[in-house]
Design a protein around this ligand. Structure first.
Ligand code: TRP
Length: 332
């Protein structure tokens, strides 16, 4: 059935503007998998609508996330890049898996609790059910590895539990996945409040967007919050701002934050900030050029996603059929 390569699946929501955190914690590390894994990358529009979206923006952002992936080095010929709603099996398997998930399990999800507070006027059933759809995404492609940020590991654990439960009841049917957290800059922090994750929804001066001009990006780095200890060491506990800058620099220059710290021994924070700003600008410029090129030819982008959905359906369809057969749906 499957090739000998492990299979990786991950998804990015087409909501809001992606940040440096998304680039270093998601896009860049995910792209590496396309050479070593059978890789599926999905723009999860069904997930995005659990928080109210402006219709024109949702469609535009869906293409934008795909362009973002490709501009970061993802090659649609080497992996499967597609839009979740283009493959109807996601919603269908999600429904089936609902019946293998307990209310209590979803009530325990910390992201649901957080989002319920933030979107108190729209605690819809989709927001509650979101992790089950995510389980469907993962299980449809027989994914063994799911690279995600720390905030999503609880959801992947749930997918494991659902998969195990199904297999225990019906015999081996679905692959039990596990979460992997990319090490480099898995959690880029807010530049103004380095105790908080950089967030696209909170925005502000502490969030560096991938759409920021090089001058804006450099300015945000240079006005980032550090501390008054006046020493460049990698100490996330006591020097979160400096640690954040070192992590960003390390991820962009492919070394460890400790190695980066050594280089700046005895120097002032200004020197570190300048180096980080330069590395960020050098990374952003070519990426923005590629991104703008892709977004200028929507028809081509749509073609790529259409082909991706076709490839995705060829894998998702048989999984859904296997599950429905086991459950006993009358299929003829
Ligand atoms: N919930 C993920 C997020 O917000 C996105 C996502 C949806 C996902 N389905 C997925 C991630 C499946 C990994 C695997 O970041």
């Amino acid at each position: 059935m499957a090739s000998s390569k492990p299979t990786v699946f991950s998804g990015v929501q087409p909501s809001g503007q992606p940040t440096l955190g998304n680039l270093l914690g998601a896009f860049q590390p995910f792209v590496k998998y396309q050479d070593t894994h059978t890789a599926f990358f999905c723009v999860v529009d069904h997930h995005a609508i659990t928080v109210r979206q402006t219709p024109e923006e949702l469609a535009e952002n869906t293409l934008s996330v795909a362009a973002r992936y490709i501009s970061c080095g993802l090659d649609p010929a080497k992996c499967t890049l597609f839009v979740q709603s283009h493959v109807s099996a996601h919603a269908e398997l999600g429904w089936v898996l609902n019946t293998f998930t307990q209310m209590g399990e979803l009530e325990r999800m910390t992201q649901f609790k957080d989002k319920s507070l933030r979107h108190a006027q729209n605690i819809n059933v989709g927001l509650f059910d979101y992790p089950v759809l995510m389980a469907a995404d993962i299980l449809l492609y027989n994914a063994t590895e799911v690279p995600v940020g720390e905030d999503q590991t609880q959801h992947v654990e749930l997918a494991r539990d659902i998969a195990t439960r199904f297999n225990n009841l019906y015999g081996p049917t679905v692959t039990v996945p596990k979460a992997i957290i990319p090490k480099a800059a898995a959690r880029v922090k807010d530049l103004q409040d380095p105790t908080r994750k950089m967030s696209k929804s909170l925005g502000g001066k502490g969030t560096l967007f991938l759409t920021d001009s090089p001058a804006e990006a450099a300015k945000k780095i240079k006005s980032s919050v550090t501390d008054s200890l006046a020493q460049i060491t990698y100490d996330p506990e006591n020097q979160p701002g400096v640690a954040n800058l070192l992590e960003i620099l390390a991820a962009l220059t492919h070394r460890t934050p400790q190695e980066a710290a050594k280089e700046f021994k005895g120097q002032q924070y200004g020197a570190l900030k300048s180096a980080v700003a330069e590395a960020v600008v050098q990374c952003l410029e070519p990426l923005q050029d590629r991104y703008n090129g892709l977004m200028a030819d929507k028809a081509e982008l749509q073609n790529i996603l259409r082909k991706g959905a076709e490839k995705a359906r060829a894998v998702a369809g048989p999984t859904l059929a296997r599950v429905m057969d086991k459950v006993g749906y009358a299929r003829f």
